[in-house]
Design a binder for this molecule. Sequence first.
Ligand code: MG
Length: 373
Amino acid sequence: MNNLAPYAVSSSNSRGRRIMEASPDGRSEFQRDRDRIIHSTAFRRLEYKTQVFVNHEGDLFRTRLTHSLEVAQISRSIARNLFLNEDLVEAISLAHDLGHTPFGHAGQDALNACMKDYGGFEHNLQSLRVVDVLEERYAAFDGLNLCYETREGILKHVTKKYAQNLGEIGKRFLTNQQPSLEAQLANLADEVAYNNHDVDDGLRSGLITQAQLEDVALFSRHLTQIKTQHPELAGRRMIHETVRRMINTLANDLTHQSIINIKNAKLGDLADVRASPPLIGFSDGIKKEQQALKKFLRENLYTHYHVVRMSNKAKHTVERLFNIFNSDIKLLPHKYQIKARLEKQQAIADYIAGMTDRFAIKEYRRIFAIEED
Ligand code: MG
């Protein structure tokens, strides 16, 4: 890849794969990682997993798949401007949600509660488990055998308790080192993506209104700008234009502030990145505005009774599935029964976490509804 900064991750400074493989023909190591992720089963399942709205609630809402594509778009454009490794940020972005349960955070919280006595459940760790262990596609190894830096980016956060058992990849959480700039970038691009698309989806669903959002600075200052420039504009098109400009403002701010941070840190190579404080970041002003937007979404969208009702159903679905499998593993499909004989609750958690929203709903009916088979 051309034009990489000396502190960017590259095929030549990579810590490599867990199982040695010959270098790919005509692709970089990180292009290969991205391609493996796109061809994985877990990636296709993202299409039917909830971001905020459950899959059957409407065709236009974001799913984990479209969310991940938006994250990849934002992180790639910024990576190019910062001379970072675009293929790596793309790979991390596309894989960052692979370990999510069905039904978004409600599903994850429920599964974590079910797993309380068996080590708990964390979706970041599960994303790593998907690419390290659970995908079964290659003759020579389990998982996707991705490069260290891709795996490091996927394991965005993990508690110290888990970090101790993860070897090399968990070390930075114990020594307070940072991951690559590419990993830092994918993490913040995730925030930019969901804050903005949740505004868009929230308005589309009618659970939040434009009038409410006019109290949120980041939204209102762009809206005011648009009303001056295009007084005739209204409806969805005005919302799209506002959200578009918000994403642009955030992405540009992230780029400019990160350039300043990187310059001040006088980075030489990748080792300097790991030893420095986080360098990819927003300016203080934008950070405050983003926090205000997050707070607004938390208070008005994520805790809206409509969302809470759906989350509650999701929680019960996950809980009841877990408990019934835990009480009798013979209810599990064959493959998982075999796994459950070795690691019972882990196998059940893997089975449930891998489900799409609609598969979980179907499986629930197959188990609990007498008329289903
Ligand atoms: Mg995400």
